[in-house]
Structure formats: structure tokens, C-alpha cells
Design a protein around this ligand. Sequence first.
Ligand code: SF4
Length: 187
Amino acid sequence: MKSFQFLINKLAKYMYPCHTNKILPGRNSFSILWIISENTLYISIWILAGFLLVPVWQFAGISILTIVWAAIVISIQLALKKHNCSGCYYYDKRCHLGWGKISSALFEQDSGSPELAQKLSLFYIVSPPLIAIVSISYALVEKASIGFLGMIVLYIVLNAITFPVRRKGCAVCAMRATCPGSSVANS
Ligand code: SF4
């Protein structure tokens, strides 16, 4: 525990001020299997969302909404690596998503804005219900195929699975007291 505190004190000056002194004992690094599994879940959800949007709005045979969705996912995820992960305790470490490593490969430590990060994080709250509402509305209006309905069900199930998965990661995360997305902030 002492060495953990020593590490925290050394790192504190590099973290966003809003995180300093709020780091709790937790896992310092997560297994590759954990990282791959959790990333697979999120990437599957984002790809599935892109498929659900394919028939909703097409122009000259091109799925406009899917292209817009892909651009949003890539740009917000990149921006979060800068504005969220560059000021995180896990910068340059294997956090439960491994994104601390991606952040250190792309951006300087503490080079983002925590206020902007908080706004960008709304992506995780807003996009799942929005995609579900758009695809369910499309299915009702256009009498969608069984396959499309099955994709909607899978999308909802995968999103539901993220709750226990996130809770499992948050429970052992050193950032759980200060991360705006923590599901166990008071534990
Ligand atoms: S714990 Fe969260 S904020 Fe920190 S590096 Fe990992 S994904 Fe980014």
C-alpha cells in the first residue's frame, strides 16, 4: 500500500488537478484478456449501430447515417483519448480498456481539457438510446425484416451487458472516486 501511495504522489503532479488526491488503491494494470474482451464488446456495439443505421437514410445507394456515425465514433473516441485519458492515472498504463496506452502513444500527458472530456463522455449516455429509438422507429414504419429486428434485440442486449462489465472494471479502478463515468463512485 505504501508503494502505491508513493507512486500516486509521484504521478499526482501530472494528472488533471481535479483527479489529484482522489486516487484510490486499485489495480495498476489489467490483463490483455480483460482489455480485449471489453474492447470487443464496445466495438461490436458501435459496428452494430452502424449496420442498424444503413437502411434508415440512403442517398444514391450510400448510407449517409452510417458514414456520419462512423465519423462521430472515430472523432469522439480520438478526442476522448486526448481530453479524458491524457490526464488519467492510467495514462501510459494498461487500464481496463487499454486506452491509457493509446493515449500516451498519440498525445502528451495532461494535454487535454477535463471539462471538454466531461461533455464528450455524453456520447456513452446519449448514443445507445438514440440509436435504439431511430432503429425501432424505422422498423415500425418500414415493417423491417426479422433479421433487422434481431439486430435491434442484439444491440439492446449488448448495451445491457456493458452495465455489469463496467461495474466490474470500475470496482478495481484507481480512478473510481474521481472519474465522471464511475459506476461505483461511492464504494
Ligand atoms: S481508465 Fe478510462 S480515462 Fe483512464 S485511460 Fe482508461 S479509458 Fe482512459
